[in-house]
Design a protein around this ligand. Structure first.
Ligand code: KG4
Ligand code: ZN
Length: 357
């Protein structure tokens, strides 16, 4: 019997040191043997954001240990590994370099292929760890650094339909949380505060809601939150602002998702319209519910990765690694880190004031 491919995945693009072991399977989904995520939340909390040098230093301190733990949990030995998949970008260069150099050294020592993976492709393929998802599908990627609608045509083949022209959605959640006095990363807490608030109390703007196709913008919203936050006096005010923010985001995403649905249908000839929502913000329950509802209304089948695979992890990197391994898409040992690696190479850079939509 042919040996089932065993992939070691490594992720260090930002503030999680993560390692996973994934085994090929004859079943519909591969076998995730271990998936260790070591967060640096405690290190960065007091700075109100990620400090790249501290993040890189922590990756250096921990990577060896996390690899050992992931292997131990998987019950496999290093010599059984068939390829090393590692995040090459996008992300913080000092952080990416730690994982990449470690993976290169390992690949060289074991004489096994190195597979450099795009972090965003990891998020894009994360549902394949739990379901038999076929190409093409529509992807909404909402994380701390990215907010994009993409048509996923095949492995490595992406067409960007829309992107944020300023802040990423996770960033907007974190900044709003900070203004409400919630410690970094505050995104997940907004939802909790919002549940106790009056969502109709504050009327917040929805930037570019009626223009720019399915492009997104959150900067104006943040400015409005900043102004209101100055007049906040008590917990009820805080909850009401969180609830109004959460509601506004839901409305923006529902409207823009409908536009993305239309654009996706025009370019893809598929009977089954799958809609994958991935990235850290996809853990937001109310956003999940709203996007699920609009999907069914518009004949799309919504797919969410389970909550533990929404945030950064190495299982998703190993998943892409496995698909590339099957196609023998290996990387050279001198492959550089690529901090601004885009999924759609033809997509134009859309950011900042003066952007024409
Ligand atoms: O994908 P991710 O773990 O890292 C990046 O690649 O950016 O996403 C992290 C982001 C953070 O901004 C965090 O505040 C946000 O996802 N996030 C949430 C929730 N859980 C995580 N935002 C809103 N609601 C949540 N429940
Ligand atoms: Zn991510």
């Amino acid at each position: 019997m042919k040996k089932k491919a065993l992939i070691l995945g490594i992720e260090t693009s930002c503030d999680e040191t993560a390692v996973a072991v994934l085994e090929e399977s004859t079943e519909t989904v591969p076998n995730l043997l271990s998936n260790i995520v070591s967060s640096q939340e405690e290190i960065h909390k007091k700075f109100g954001g990620i400090v790249p040098e501290l993040a890189a230093r922590s990756h250096i301190d921990k990577i060896d240990l996390i690899v050992k733990r992931a292997l131990k949990k998987s019950g496999r030995k290093l010599k059984d590994i068939d390829a090393i998949a590692v995040t090459g970008g996008p992300g913080l260069i000092v952080c990416l370099s730690v994982g990449l150099n470690f993976a290169k050294a390992l690949a060289m020592t074991l004489k096994k292929p190195l597979i450099v993976v795009n972090h965003l492709e990891g998020h894009a393929l994360s549902p394949k760890l739990i379901t038999d998802l076929r190409y093409p599908y529509l992807l909404l990627l909402i994380s701390g650094g990215h907010s994009q609608y993409l048509a996923v045509k095949n492995l490595g083949k992406y067409k960007r339909l829309g992107t944020t022209i300023d802040d990423a959605l996770g960033e907007a959640f974190d900044k709003t949380a900070k203004l409400l006095g919630i410690k970094f990363p505050g995104g997940p807490f907004i939802e909790k505060f919002a549940a106790r608030g009056n969502k109709d109390r504050f009327d917040l703007p929805k930037p570019i809601i009626n223009k720019g196709g399915c492009n997104l913008s959150f900067a104006g919203l943040k400015t409005a939150v900043l102004k209101i936050s100055k007049s906040i006096k008590n917990n009820q005010d805080k909850n009401d602002l969180a609830a109004s923010f959460q509601k506004t985001i839901e409305e923006i995403l529902v409207k823009k998702t409908k536009i993305a649905f239309d654009q996706f249908k025009k370019i893809s000839q598929t009977k089954n319209n799958f809609f994958v929502i991935a990235g850290g913000v996809a853990a937001n329950n109310k956003i999940r519910n709203k996007l699920e509802k609009v999907s069914f209304e518009e004949n799309f089948i919504p797919i969410f990765p389970p909550l533990n695979l929404c945030g950064d992890n190495a299982a998703m990197i190993a998943m892409v690694g496995l698909e590339k391994f099957k196609l023998k898409q290996f990387s050279k040992l001198d492959a550089p880190a690529n901090p601004r690696w885009q999924l759609d190479k033809k997509a134009v850079f859309l950011k900042g004031a003066g952007v024409k939509l």
